[in-house]
Ligand binder design. Structure first.
Ligand SMILES: [Mg+2]
Length: 255
């Protein structure tokens, strides 16, 4: 589904009430073979300082808030990490709903570490508030990694979420990119916002836009950033699609 580009004019006419919500990995960075290798796209490094000076801007990632803040490294941006469970103020703040689940996460971390030697090539990413298994470098292990993640989560009262070549164990809380977007959009008194992302967790961000639109007086633009791994669920509910981070940044440069 393609949307007319009138929204660009609306954003430009009223930047203070027009929010920009961006995922990081695969959206304003290129996907790297390992999470530690990701870098801010060079076009984003050129463009975001201007946009962040004109528009309220939030970068929402599955990474730790401090990690994404340091990878982007630009001021005037609100950095949200672990799909909304924490954000940067002077230092990272963890949502109070998450705290009671930290012991179960610690147990999961230790159990997954013990099980990893049986899954060659699968790596564990420990974000304290979630634990993820990555199988990008070992696709044959996908099924084993998913089975391990699901059985561990079930036993410890956690939830699993799948992403691009990764599965995450997380606390069973009602916090996601969409709930964060809604809270910020209200707090910032936004009249419109765009959300751009490339992955399943970004569907939550799109959903946040839709909920605000149903409440009325709000315009939302959901942008799917395409790659060879785009989940059909994301593309199906987007207003607009762009080809990779460079396609997105070219579009944003018109703001
Ligand atoms: Mg992403």
């Amino acid at each position: 589904m393609e949307k007319s580009l009138q929204w660009i004019e609306d954003f430009r006419d009223d930047p203070r009430h027009s929010g920009l919500f961006l995922d990081f990995d695969g959206t304003i960075s290129e996907i790297a073979p390992a999470p530690a290798g990701a870098r801010l796209h060079h076009l984003a490094a050129e463009l975001l300082p201007r946009l962040a000076a004109e528009y309220p801007m939030c970068i929402l990632s599955g990474r730790r808030a401090a990690d994404v803040a340091s990878l982007v490294g630009l001021p005037r941006i609100h950095y949200v990490g672990v799909h909304g469970m924490e954000w940067m103020e002077d230092e990272p703040r963890v949502d109070s709903e998450v705290l009671p689940h930290l012991p179960a996460l610690e147990q999961a971390r230790s159990e997954l570490c013990s099980a990893l030697p049986a899954l060659p090539g699968v790596t564990l990413e420990d974000k304290m508030l979630t634990v993820s298994l990555h199988y990008r470098e070992s696709p044959a292990m996908e099924e084993d990694a998913l089975r391990l993640a699901e059985s561990t989560a079930l036993r410890l009262g956690l939830q699993t979420r799948r992403g691009r070549k990764t599965v995450e164990l997380r606390p069973p809380v009602d916090i996601d990119k969409g709930s964060v977007l809604m809270r910020l959009a209200r707090g910032w008194k936004l009249r419109r916002a765009l959300y751009a992302g490339d992955d399943l967790t970004d569907v939550d961000g799109f959903r946040g836009l839709r909920r605000l639109m149903r409440e009325g007086g709000f315009e939302g633009v959901a942008i799917a950033v395409l790659s060879t791994e785009t989940p059909v669920e994301l593309e199906a509910v987007a207003d607009l699609t762009v080809e990779g981070p460079s396609g997105l940044l070219e579009l944003l440069s018109r703001l």
